[in-house]
Design a protein around this ligand. Structure first.
Ligand code: C2E
Ligand code: CA
Ligand code: CA
Ligand code: CA
Length: 278
């Protein structure tokens, strides 16, 4: 038995090192893709369902490797976050998205707002991040009022003075701050009154099973009412089905995002989608 345990340990170690190898291969591929700007940004429309107006889009990063094929952000964002790659990746997404949306807004009477996902690592050096945001927006010509950041509750857990200050500076410029995956994190609700937050995004896990698991509809409704009481904007993500939309409308949540309206689209397809607005 002792011997067998030893063999298992060896097999396990071999598998671990294989995983390690895969990971570092992915990391070096990702580094190269970022250097060569072979990273794309897709845009998922955010819709005001009461009017049919597309008021914004979420920027979602896409990476297609020549050998590995399409790699999901769920897979490579954590790798980017564990290395320093999350910084140039973020910068690339920021630049592409802001430039693109500025281009679209030139032709629109109602400008689109672009939402960019900020990882917690973006707040490592908050002062510098704020400066980068200012520079990138200035360079693209996009107005602060047409820019939103999506952060998760985990950032707020640290409760660092520097981070709060950075958020307040961004907010002061006119940038919106949205809490992504709201309701899935660990944070206490008290941050909602202390921090400069504009919007809550109901996590798709609540929306998906709204009629299956008991509690999801109730939680969604509580979030909608919480947002209303605190004068915050509320948006639902992951809306795939007509009954989910109807439920949200019945609770007066009109801002939605999800496959029912559109998947994330490349820039050409998004332009096409804008043509059919209304
Ligand atoms: P997220 O920010 O919560 O983004 C929503 C995810 O749900 C996206 O997956 C989107 O494609 C997907 N989605 C949208 N509508 C529906 C729907 O109706 N049903 C379902 N089942 N899914 C829907 P994606 O693009 O694979 O991104 C996954 C996660 O990766 C994101 O979750 C975000 O945490 C991260 N991510 C993506 N792009 C970036 C980025 O540029 N920077 C950072 N830091 N993270 C990013
Ligand atoms: Ca998001
Ligand atoms: Ca989300
Ligand atoms: Ca998520």
């Amino acid at each position: 038995a002792k011997n067998m345990g030893g063999n298992k340990a060896i097999v396990f170690n071999e598998q671990l090192s294989k995983l390690d190898q895969e990971r570092s291969k992915l990391e070096s591929r990702l580094r190269k893709a970022i250097e060569q700007e072979k990273i794309e940004v897709y845009y998922q429309p955010k819709i005001d369902v009461s009017s049919g107006i597309i008021f914004g889009a979420e920027a979602l990063v896409r990476w297609q490797d020549d050998d590995f094929g399409f790699i999901s952000p769920e897979q490579f964002i954590p790798i980017a976050e564990e290395t320093e790659l999350i910084h140039p990746l973020w910068e690339l997404v920021m630049k592409k998205a802001c430039q693109q949306v500025k281009g679209w807004n030139i032709h629109r009477s109602e400008p689109l707002s672009i939402s960019v996902n900020f990882s917690a690592r973006q707040f490592q050096d908050p002062g510098n991040m704020v400066k980068q945001v200012k520079d990138i927006l200035a360079e693209s010509g996009l107005g602060y009022e047409n820019f939103e950041i999506e952060i998760t509750e985990s950032i707020l857990l640290t409760n660092s003075k520097e981070i709060v200050q950075a958020l307040e500076t961004l907010k002061g410029l006119g940038i919106s701050i949205s809490i992504d995956d709201f309701g899935t994190g660990y944070s206490s609700l008290s941050y909602l009154k202390n921090l400069p937050i504009d919007s809550l995004k109901i996590d798709k896990s609540f929306i998906q099973d709204i009629n299956k698991d008991f509690g999801n509809a109730e939680i969604s409704e509580v979030i909608i009412n919480l947002a209303r009481s605190l004068h915050l904007n509320v948006i639902a993500e992951g809306v795939e089905k007509e009954y989910q939309k109807d439920f949200l409308l019945s609770k007066n949540c009109v801002q939605m995002q999800g496959y029912l309206f559109s998947k994330p689209l490349n820039k050409n397809d998004f332009e096409q989608f804008l043509q059919n607005e209304g």
